[in-house]
Design a protein around this ligand. Structure first.
Ligand code: SF4
Length: 341
């Protein structure tokens, strides 16, 4: 059985056409699946009974199976879900300054092996389908408290989104379609470790926000922290960002995990300022969240302040991201698709 959550509107239009039905049927179904979050074909009451019965012969709506939900004292919620082949993925809801941000995983595991990331240490399992990507949004909607709504979606969970490029682009289309989940383009962000060819394509294929996980100011350090840098070194990455097509008032987000004694010196901060010249960006500093077996440490608060003030004085918008959810291993770099203990 095909899963109706696995189709964009255009794809649904050709499915419907192959059944000899008129194109408006695709819009009706798409709306039921992604806007109204129907759990089954029988709920589609404005679709004729005869067509619903035909549809049900080859299609159904399947979601991810929520296995567990954990809440940390700061309000962060982490979901462990089982997907089609019994793989497990995690998604996180972060409540901050009146906003509720859903952090979605793009892959089960990750092949890029960043040294500061628990997902990377666990290896790669597989790419997530469109249904499994959107299923994380539906799971989150199901567990929201009364009066809550999701304000932003970020693809910063498990996996490298651009290593699952096709499904991630389709997902951003479903998320931002006004017949679909209907998020504004500037409320959706895709974060990459720096797959340069995909960055170039993404600027043409999607107009949601782009974030780049930079984390070092020299190739030597970045090679060590992020093996992907050996393939796409800093100069190539920064050139791609300089020519990235940004809409008016949009910025690229530069993420920088601060690791004590590794990339957090004042010299690093000054080099970062030089590297970012000519890129319209804002900077998120993320003091490292330790996890069991990690070989890095979180920098002392004074070091973070010093780094922050150098970047700020250079004229960049820079924030130190509060570590949300570290008590339940839901903070940045702490997702691994299984709960410890
Ligand atoms: S930081 Fe992102 S790209 Fe790097 S290993 Fe972790 S999940 Fe993969």
């Amino acid at each position: 059985m095909k899963n109706l959550r696995d189709f964009t509107l255009e794809e649904l239009a050709s499915e419907v056409a192959s059944m000899g039905e008129r194109p408006y049927r695709a819009e009706q179904i798409f709306r039921w699946v992604f806007m109204r979050r129907a759990s089954g074909i029988s709920a589609m009451t404005d679709v004729s009974k005869a067509f619903r019965e035909r549809l049900a012969e080859g299609y159904e709506i399947r979601g991810n199976k929520l296995l567990d939900e954990r809440r940390s004292p700061d309000g962060t919620r982490k979901f462990l879900s089982e997907i089609e082949d019994s793989s497990r993925i995690e998604s996180v809801l972060i409540s901050e300054s009146g906003r509720l941000t859903l952090c979605v995983s793009s892959q089960a595991g990750c092949a890029l092996g960043c040294r500061f990331c628990m997902t990377g240490m666990g290896g790669f399992v597989r790419n997530l389908s469109l249904a499994e990507l959107s299923g994380q949004v539906f799971t989150a909607y199901e567990v929201l408290d009364e009066g809550e709504d999701i304000s932003n979606v970020v693809l910063m969970g498990m996996g490298e989104p651009f290593a699952n490029y096709g499904n991630v682009v389709r997902f951003t289309k479903v998320l931002t379609s006004n017949l679909g989940v209907n998020f504004s383009h500037n409320k959706v962000t895709v974060s990459t470790a720096g797959l340069v060819p995909a960055i170039k394509r993404f600027g043409e294929d999607s107009n949601v926000n782009l974030a780049v996980s930079l984390n070092a100011t020299t190739d030597e350090t970045r090679d060590r922290l992020m093996p992907v840098n050996r393939k796409y070194p800093l100069s190539e990455l920064l050139t791609a960002l300089r020519s990235y097509p940004l809409r008016q008032r949009r910025y690229i987000t530069i993420e920088y995990v601060l690791l004590s004694g590794v990339n957090d010196s004042d010299d690093d901060a000054r080099r970062l300022v030089r590297l970012l010249r000519g890129i319209r960006c804002k900077v998120n500093l993320i003091p490292f969240n330790p996890f069991p077996g990690a070989t890095f440490e979180r920098p002392p608060a004074g070091r973070v302040d010093s780094f922050h003030s150098i970047v700020k004085k250079a004229g960049y918008t820079v924030i130190v991201r509060a570590s949300k959810g570290s008590e339940i291993q839901a903070a940045c770099g702490q997702l691994r698709g299984a709960y410890p203990g």
